[in-house]
Ligand binder design. Sequence first.
Ligand SMILES: [Zn+2]
Length: 235
Amino acid sequence: MGTPAVQVAERVYRFPTVGDFVNTMAIVQNDGSVTLIDCGVKRAPAHIVKGLKAIGKHPNDVQRIVLTHSHEDHAGGAAQVVEDAGLSGVDCHVDEAQYVETGTPPPRDETLLSGRIFQRLPIGGFTATPVANRLTDGELLDDELRVHHTPGHTPGHIALVHEPSGVLVTGDAIWNMASRRTWPVSAFCSDHLLNRKTAHVLGELEYQTVAFIHGPHIDTNARETIRGFLKSKGY
Ligand SMILES: [Zn+2]
């Protein structure tokens, strides 16, 4: 068993739910309540409860759950965590809400053969989850968590910046599996070229630490690392 909670910055933690391969992010608000970002796969909620315990918190302390997008490795545990926390639903981008509410994966990129194949397979579904708040680009949650709409991976994909601590959460715009920056698998994207284009914004934001849902976080030369990756890919 790995560590249930890893501190990323002041008031910011990540809970590895399938080792570092799938993280849930946790932000402790000044009033002691917790905001979660993404809920991992269907079996992740038990790990999320352990992560909360490791930072002295309980599911009842969770006041907000934000989903970066509606793939089963991010939204798979969401319905259970909503129930554990006693919330009315999750927050997600307005263009993602229909998928979250129906437990349906967004369309695959049909410009790719692999995307067309995945589109026809009955995979990627998850438990339908109510949406409490429909988010828009530039919105600031609780006076500290900024929403950045970065469509492409899915229509309503968002990255987030926790402004007080300077932590960027990339969602699935960029992965850091095994500490290697990569694009997400193209066939899992709705529009893989649009994802590459909108990921450019991640090089322009202000942050000191970059956290990934897939892979360990980076707290040294974070922005330079992201900019270097984008530049190496011609973006
Ligand atoms: Zn994804």
